[in-house]
Each structure stands twice: as structure tokens, then as C-alpha cells.
Design a protein around this ligand. Structure first.
Ligand SMILES: NC(=O)c1ccc[n+]([C@@H]2O[C@H](COP(=O)([O-])OP(=O)(O)OC[C@H]3O[C@@H](n4cnc5c(N)ncnc54)[C@H](O)[C@@H]3O)[C@@H](O)[C@H]2O)c1
Length: 325
């Protein structure tokens, strides 16, 4: 039986990963400070260590005896990184270094969350992994810093690792305040209340919305590439330590208006759009190229947006039912 540490495992993406790993029979340990994550997100089979990923001793202890580490813990907010530059840096880059350092001490392969934020405003779309990295936020700069340290971890310290640059991940359990795809919960709420859908600017901005189930598949496939072959316990021979980086995206550009229309269609209606002021610094287009990840990790086609949104709607419905009881 493979044993995994998932940092940030009580959060949105992490908890879906924990569900999948535990469901496949792996032993899962979670390190999370519960700052945005929730204990209730975790299955009973997972062991939760409440602690700080930027504390080296805590991370070393959490990493003891595991076959692989998924590092997802972060302050996943561009706005918070702008407000508390040094504090988020401590967690987002310091936490990543603490994980890589503990992994080197114990020879543990690491799959970690990077972000499309490393690209900034990229003129060439869809964005491939070879595009220049010019982050426009402290958050993106720390994610890029994490990739640089991961490359050193592989080259110098022999830590095999894969960084995954997530685009706009969406799905059940997502905080409506999420800068990535919280817009989905917000629009769904406005549509249900019969209100117009409020967009920034003309709503023509495009994003690459990737379903959390597809992100979990990419995380597990990446671990299979460098460490335990699958969660059921087959261990592949560790490859020569390498640092790989892939986009995790669909390659499909969805405008914010089109997103509203998809959600309205699920509710059986049409969306009335109300245009608001444009957000200063808003990136107009952000669509990734998924080809390298598909080829290297053997990923299947992405979940269609409508199917993924139906999953979010079912989760929102279940929440409303709970609120009423
Ligand atoms: N959601 C997206 O679209 C998206 C896109 C790009 C990258 N990412 C990255 O994916 C990862 C997961 O993001 P998410 O959307 O699930 O966010 P999330 O906020 O739901 O999950 C982050 C988790 O990390 C935990 N955490 C925060 N600070 C910590 C600390 N100091 N010590 C221990 N745990 C700590 C939180 O409690 C939370 O459970 C993050 O690294 C994020 O930067 C997410």
C-alpha cells in the first residue's frame, strides 16, 4: 500500500486528491493549517496533522515514512499576496522549500502545485510551457520561485519532482471567493436569485476552466511518472531524478459571457449580463496548451465544461438542502 503526504489536503483541490488516493487504497496523511481548508472536507481514512507547511520541523515529521508527497498548501490568493507580501512569501515559497528540503532528507518524490500565474500576460495563446515567465503578482513570482528551487532540488539534491501549472480549476468545495473560479459560484447564485449576472468590463475575457477531477488525474499521473506507480501500491522504479513542469488546462478558451450562458442553460434559462467597470490589470486572455502534459502523463480528454458545471450545481444544491434542514 502506497503512503502519501498531501500538504494543503483539507483545501479545495487537495481534498479531492485525498478522496481519490484513499479511495484507491493508499494511506494518506494530510498537513494543513486549516486556514482556508476544512476538516470536514477529509474522508475518515485520512490522518490530519494540523500544522504549518513553512515550519521545517513540522514538514520533516509529516514526511516520515511516506512514498511520495503532493504539495498543494499555499495561500492561494493574488489579493492576499498583494496585501501581505512577505507573509504569503513565507508560506508560498518558504513552504515549498521546506517540502523540498524534507524530501531530500528522506528521498521522497514531490508533485507540487504551480500556477498559470507564472506566465503573467502572455501574448501568445494557447500558452505552452516554453512561453516566457513574467509573473504580474507576488503570488505568481513565488510559484515561479518554487519551480526554480524544485529544479535545484532535482539537479543538486536528487529530488525527483513535477510542477503542475494549474489554470482556472473549478469544482465542488471551491470557495466562492476564489480568484480562479469563484466566479462560477457567484454567477450560479445570481442566476438562481433571478438577478443579472455581473461581469467585469465586457465579459469578453477568456479563461481556461479545468475540472478538479482532471487536475486530480494529472496529479496522480505525475506521481506515477516519478514515484509510486499507483495508489494501490505498485511502486515503479524511481526514474533518474528530474524536475518536470507541465500545464494543467484544457486548451479551450471560454469567455466569461460564455460561462454565464452555460450556467444559465443548466438552470434552463438565459443569462442577463450586466457589465461593470473593468478590473485594473485584468488579464484579457489566458488559455493553456495541454499537449505536453497529455503526452507525458498519458491524460485523457478533459471533462466538458457543461458536465463539470453540472457537478458544481449539484454540490451547491446539496449545500442549500443542508442549510434548509
Ligand atoms: N484553484 C485554482 O484554480 C488554482 C490555480 C493555480 C494554482 N493553484 C494552487 O493549487 C493549490 C491548491 O489550491 P486550492 O485552490 O485548493 O486552494 P485552497 O485554499 O482550498 O487550498 C490550500 C490549502 O493550503 C492550506 N494552507 C494554507 N497555508 C498553509 C500553511 N502555512 N500550512 C499548512 N497548510 C496551509 C489551506 O488551509 C488549504 O487547505 C495551491 O498551491 C494553489 O496556489 C490553484
Amino acid at each position: 500500500m502506497a503512503r502519501f503526504l498531501v500538504t494543503g489536503g483539507a483545501g479545495f483541490i487537495g481534498s479531492h486528491l485525498v478522496d481519490a488516493l484513499a479511495g484507491a487504497g493508499a494511506k494518506v496523511r494530510v498537513l494543513d493549517d486549516l486556514s482556508t481548508g476544512r476538516r470536514e472536507n477529509l474522508p475518515a481514512a485520512a490522518r490530519l496533522i494540523v500544522g504549518d507547511v513553512a515550519d521545517p520541523g513540522t514538514v520533516r515529521a509529516a514526511m516520515a515514512g511516506v512514498d511520495g508527497c503532493f504539495h498543494l498548501a499555499a495561500i492561494a490568493s493574488v489579493a492576499r499576496a498583494a496585501e501581505d507580501w512577505l507573509g504569503t512569501h513565507r508560506v508560498n515559497l518558504g513552504g515549498t522549500i521546506a517540502v523540498l528540503d524534507a524530501a531530500r532528507a528522506r528521498g521522497v518524490p514531490v508533485v507540487y502545485a504551480s500556477s498559470a500565474a507564472v506566465y503573467g500576460d502572455c501574448p501568445d495563446q494557447p500558452i505552452t510551457e516554453t512561453a516566457p515567465t513574467r509573473p504580474l503578482s507576488a503570488y505568481g513570482a513565488d510559484k515561479l520561485g518554487g519551480e526554480l528551487h524544485a529544479a535545484v532540488a532535482a539537479r543538486v539534491f536528487g529530488v525527483a519532482n513535477v510542477g503542475l501549472r494549474f489554470f482556472n480549476v473549478y469544482g465542488p468545495r471551491q470557495d466562492p471567493g476564489s480568484p480562479y473560479s469563484g466566479v462560477i459560484s457567484i454567477f450560479a447564485g445570481q442566476l438562481r436569485r433571478g438577478e443579472p449576472v455581473e461581469v467585469f468590463g465586457d465579459g469578453g475575457q477568456t479563461r481556461d476552466f479545468v475540472a478538479v477531477a482532471d487536475v486530480v488525474a494529472a496529479l496522480r499521473a505525475a506521481m506515477g511518472r516519478i514515484g509510486p506507480g499507483d495508489a494501490a501500491g505498485r511502486i515503479t522504479t524511481p526514474a533518474v531524478p528530474q524536475a518536470l513542469v507541465f500545464n494543467v488546462c484544457t486548451g479551450i478558451a471560454t469567455s466569461i459571457r460564455a460561462l454565464a450562458a452555460e450556467l444559465a442553460a443548466l438552470e434552463g434559462g438565459t443569462a442577463v449580463i450586466r457589465e461593470g467597470p473593468a478590473r485594473p490589470g485584468d488579464i484579457r486572455h489566458s488559455v493553456g496548451c495541454p499537449d505536453a502534459a497529455r503526452a507525458a502523463l498519458g491524460l485523457g480528454p478533459p471533462m466538458p465544461l457543461r458536465a463539470g458545471l453540472a457537478g458544481v450545481r449539484a454540490w451547491l444544491d446539496a449545500g442549500l438542502r443542508l442549510e434548509r434542514t
